[in-house]
Ligand binder design. Sequence first.
Ligand SMILES: O=C(CO)COP(=O)(O)O
Length: 132
Amino acid sequence: MPITLALVAHDRMKPALAGWVARHAAELAPHAIVSTATTGATIRAQSPELPIRAVKSGPLGGDQQIGGMIAEGEVHALIFFPDPLTPQAHDVDVKALLRIALVYDIPAAFSPATADLLVKGGLLNGPAPAPG
Ligand SMILES: O=C(CO)COP(=O)(O)O
């Protein structure tokens, strides 16, 4: 059953996320993807065949929009590559997104290695989790 996956990355991590998506494009194809604006554009440039719904850019409220979608049960998993070395103006929004992913206990990965493990563990094969 298709799931909706949120894909988000900070600027220095966008190439890593776009590369991760390109590596998993075939497995991602049956699923819905939602991204913050700039992340979505970066992914689209490398994997134009994947439809991506974009919300606002993270600093302009996109992280909060995705958090709201998690709370509503509309996003079932989060792949978010934050930049661990660069302060973010919207750090409170980043923290809120991580917190809401924990509150609703959706599968979430914050690094390429862990995102690979989620896919190997069947994230993209199984039924959609029940809405939180
Ligand atoms: O800032 C972000 C996540 O905190 C991502 O936003 P963009 O994809 O628009 O850069």
